[in-house]
Design a protein around this ligand. Structure first.
Ligand SMILES: Cc1cc2nc3c(=O)[nH]c(=O)nc-3n(C[C@H](O)[C@H](O)[C@H](O)COP(=O)(O)OP(=O)(O)OC[C@H]3O[C@@H](n4cnc5c(N)ncnc54)[C@H](O)[C@@H]3O)c2cc1C
Length: 432
């Protein structure tokens, strides 16, 4: 150090003070440079940190938005059709199969209300347009990872053996297999059990009409509720005894009573083992077994089954508000007071012309809706949900207008009407 000072001093003509000043200045400058450098690197580091923090925050916001969207989808279902894989197909009994469906995207499934159904859009070979059909969810809504539907193959009616068998149910029975992909709309439907209530319920299922009833009974069982449930299932014999294992498991709950009625037990089938009662599910059976008529009744089955039970319940004094039903086909239960507004039900008698079929008919205000009216007259109009949701029964209006019994879930195309939930306002010409 001293040598350096000597050299500087010599260079500065022997001035020691000046040399020391230069040295101090050099030290001070290098210190300042160091400080500036460290401030600069700190600043750069802070900037980088801020940028990283901002990016992390943006990622978190994006993830939160995504999770919110997913949660919304889980709560509300999804729009349009979603692909599902058939993860399992199992035979329930002759001509009835259950299909277990998992979402192809593996994302969570929205819960559904027991009694609701799925709508399928099926590409069936040989058909020029997709076939849309609805099938009730037959399992408990607490099953989180998959949906189950149970489908009966519809054969040609006995009085019309030459007409084709059911298109969609035949396709499901014969062609749909494990691993296949199906287009499915989110669960929907207004026929469901309100799980917030505790009123005793009586569930009446005829044949494949058992499906929504089973979902309701299983929902009560799995919720741990002590709600009183009577579940009646009617079929001909063991060959039609579907979903047997599920029904038997329900017998383990002391608030749930399962009654299986065989109208024509096969030889070798034993009462008490295979079934509970011989005969159909009738109002007399209910009167005999139920302690009172003070139940909410839910029913689903063929036309004759529902009509007989509905008439019987009404005659027994069960209020209309406590009788709920789902029609898988043309509605045959005609309420004493149809569930329509006074303005709609008091509509004028008028003419309905089905232009393509060349049929002209007098509309009777007592009819429930245009779809059933057309079917009763022997016309064939495609239908799906029968609840103003799937849009399959939409028909173009050539002239006139209609009144809706309830607002459609999805508005029909302009100039068309959803025949399952509307009635003519006056003279009407339909393109059917
Ligand atoms: C809300 C809801 C839930 C449902 N849930 C279930 C369920 O859980 N399980 C279930 O199995 N079904 C259920 N269905 C019924 C289902 O949607 C179908 O209607 C059923 O599978 C028949 O459809 P398909 O295409 O097989 O028969 P389609 O082809 O529609 O034929 C129906 C019937 O008409 C006959 N037919 C064909 N052509 C003629 C003709 N020219 N003249 C007279 N008759 C003819 C056929 O032979 C058949 O018997 C439900 C329906 C609704 C509305």
């Amino acid at each position: 150090m001293l040598a350096i000072i000597d050299q500087i001093q010599t260079a500065l003509g022997g001035n020691a003070g000046l040399a020391l000043g230069y040295i101090l200045l050099a030290v001070l400058s290098s210190h300042l440079v160091l400080m500036a450098y460290s401030s600069l690197t700190r600043l750069v580091h802070e900037r980088t940190q801020q940028r990283l923090d901002r990016e992390r925050l943006e990622t978190l916001v994006l993830a939160a938005k995504y999770r919110y969207k997913e949660a919304q989808e889980v709560i509300q279902g999804w729009n349009g059709y979603r692909k599902f894989t058939v993860s399992q197909k199992s035979t329930e009994c002759e001509d009835v199969n259950s299909f277990y469906l998992v979402p192809h995207d593996r994302k969570p499934l929205p819960p559904y209300k027991p009694g609701q159904y799925l709508t399928f859009n099926l590409d069936i070979p040989g058909r020029d347009k997709p076939v849309v059909r609805c099938y009730s969810l037959s399992d408990s809504p607490t099953r989180p990872d998959c949906y189950r539907v149970t489908i009966k193959r519809e054969k040609a009616p006995p009085d019309k053996p030459d007409v084709p068998h059911g298109v969609a149910s035949g396709f499901f029975s014969d062609h749909v297999k494990e691993g296949d992909l199906l287009n499915v709309k989110a669960p929907t439907g207004h026929f469901y059990l309100d799980m917030t209530k505790t009123t005793p319920i009586c569930l009446l299922g005829g044949g494949v009409g058992l499906t929504p009833m089973l979902s309701m009974a299983k929902a009560v069982a799995e919720s741990g509720s002590r709600r009183e449930v009577w579940l009646y299932f009617g079929c001909r014999s063991g060959g039609e005894h579907m979903l047997r294992e599920d029904l038997n498991k329900l017998r383990n709950f002391d608030n749930i009573r399962v009654v299986v009625c065989y109208s024509r037990p096969a030889r070798g089938e034993t009462k008490g083992e295979d079934y509970d009662r011989e005969g159909r599910v009738t109002i007399d059976v209910l009167k005999e077994m139920l302690p009172s008529n003070n139940y909410e009744f839910f029913m689903c089955g063929n036309g004759a089954f529902m009509k007989a039970l509905n008439d019987g319940l009404e005659a027994w004094g069960v209020p209309e508000k406590d009788i709920h039903y789902e029609a898988f086909g043309p509605a045959t239960v005609k309420k004493k007071s149809a569930p329509v507004s006074a303005a709609v039900s008091a509509g004028p008698a008028c003419k309905v012309i089905f232009a393509k079929s060349g049929k002209e008919m007098e509309w009777n205000p007592a009819q429930s809706n245009l779809l059933d009216f057309a079917l009763e007259q022997g016309l064939r109009i495609e239908s799906g949900c029968r609840a103003g949701s799937c849009g399959v029964c939409s028909v173009a209006i050539k002239s006139g207008s209609v009144d809706y019994l309830k607002p459609p879930d999805a508005a029909p195309e302009g100039g068309s009407c959803l025949t399952c939930i509307c009635r003519p306002k006056g003279d009407l010409v339909l393109d059917a």
